[in-house]
Design a protein around this ligand. Structure first.
Ligand code: GKR
Ligand code: MG
Length: 436
């Protein structure tokens, strides 16, 4: 501290805006998606008027913690990311992996807050130096970042105001997105419509919804429909027990690119991994740096699905990439419901990773809203071109921000709770951390 002059620009304003984006009734291990997914948009503005933005999963706890970090940030040079992180750790303390929770998604606060601030600062830094964020991460290894189709079992419904209702005027993927998919035939139809629209070259199915037989049948139906050149993955979000995972994992060995979080915890993942030839991937059992040592000692997975929102930002994800290279782990990317600021950040990170052997996850096709002035991102053969403009390369659409914030106020949701949503459809339904 103080060895050199911190010249700024200095953070002068911080705007925290919760938004609610339309989300269809998607099923997962924890229950059902609500009609809206919550995100939080952070905007930092410097003393010389440069704006930097970021997007993270929203909930009232994260928003309150963001609010209470404001006094630490105002007046700080945007380049001082190390100092900012230390100030946040001092204020909020470190988090353990137990605070992640048992749900498929991550519930920690500090990692999300730091990520939100880091990405917004890097957007500003990019604008100051006139370079895209990917160049701040060491530079571009590829011009296009490939994503995978992400299929969900779902009830009929468009989400948002329509809820379980549909818009009869919709066509193409917009119509298919509203259709029910509750069996293998429904999943194949969904995959065809999504791939026709986005050109995805690999496919993931969100499992952990129906008993494994039906989900494994859906995987074989996808193989039948798409042939051996389209890599397939299934993610039961840790709902299977070890025996189930080994039994069905062996059956799917000829058709899977990787098996994602079949079981809960590093020890169980290691047992399954020893029994199968198929690589295992995770966004649930190894989710922070303090879990890396046990991951390596136990051998719990082959591929870590990073996510800059909960691995503590873009630079942390690059650190994770180095660790993965050192220990022979693959690295790919996890996703949750999101709009274009998150997608832009994911694309910059994906472009900077030294190796990218797997197409990244994205929920983006499930969203119809957008919050950036350039509108919905274009996918070409499943890939997104890396933005070349300074910073993230996306600007906030302030009308959309106001409208989506109004959605947030109107919908009354303050945190994601898929169990409560599921109980509205199936009274008494309970989340079980291991089901089959
Ligand atoms: O949105 O239902 C969902 C997913 O299950 C999500 O919450 C997970 O975090 O996509 C995620 C995953 O790969 O586990
Ligand atoms: Mg997963």
């Amino acid at each position: 501290n103080g060895r050199y002059r911190k010249t700024g620009p200095l953070i002068q304003q911080m705007y925290i805006t919760p938004i609610a984006i339309v989300d269809p009734p998607l099923l997962n291990a924890a229950g059902l998606h609500a009609p809206y997914a919550l995100r939080t948009i952070v905007e930092l503005v410097t003393d010389d008027g440069i704006s930097g933005i970021s997007e993270i999963p929203g909930n009232s706890g994260i928003n309150a913690a963001l609010e209470s970090s404001r006094d630490l940030l105002i007046g700080i040079d945007v380049f001082q990311l190390n100092e900012i992180r230390q100030a946040l750790v001092n204020r909020f303390g470190t988090e353990t992996s137990a605070q992640r929770g048992e749900a498929p998604w991550d519930q920690r606060k500090l990692v999300h807050i730091f990520s939100a601030i880091e990405v917004a600062c890097m957007d500003i830094i990019g604008k100051v130096v006139g370079r895209p964020v990917v160049d701040l991460l060491g530079g571009k290894m590829r011009d296009r970042v490939p994503f995978s189709a992400y299929l969900f079992y779902k009830y009929e419904g468009a989400g948002g105001e329509l809820g379980f209702g549909t818009d009869p005027a919709a066509t193409g993927w917009a119509a298919a997105r509203q259709a029910a998919a509750l069996d293998p035939a429904g999943i194949v139809a969904q995959a065809k419509a999504m791939c026709a629209e986005y050109g995805f070259q690999s496919i993931k199915l969100k499992g952990g919804v129906f008993e494994p037989r039906q989900e494994v049948d859906a995987m074989f139906a996808l193989r039948e429909a798409f042939g051996p050149d389209v890599p397939l993955r299934i993610d039961p979000n840790a709902l299977w027990n070890v025996e189930t995972a080994i039994q069905y994992g062996r059956e799917m060995e000829p058709i899977l690119e990787y098996l994602e979080d079949p079981v809960r915890g590093q020890e169980n993942m290691a047992k399954v991994r020893q029994a199968l030839k198929t690589p295992l991937a995770t966004n649930m059992c190894t989710t922070s740096f303090d879990e890396i040592v046990s991951s390596i000692v136990l051998g719990s997975e082959d591929i870590i699905l990073s996510d800059h929102h909960f691995w503590g930002g873009l630079r942390s994800s690059m650190t994770l990439a180095g660790i993965c290279q050192t220990f022979g782990r693959g690295l790919s990317m996890h996703s949750n419901s999101h709009v274009g600021i998150s997608l832009a950040a994911m694309v910059h990170l994906g472009a900077a990773l030294p190796e990218l052997p797997y197409a990244l996850d994205t929920h983006y096709p499930w969203q119809s809203d957008e919050i950036v002035t350039t509108g919905r991102f274009a996918f070409d053969e499943g890939a997104v071109a890396v933005p070349q403009e300074p910073g993230l390369g996306v600007e906030l659409d302030r009308d959309a921000l106001a409208r989506l914030h109004q959605n947030y106020l109107n919908c009354g949701l303050t945190r994601r709770d898929d169990e409560i949503e599921m109980q509205k459809v199936q009274p008494g339904w309970r989340f079980q951390s291991v089901r089959w």
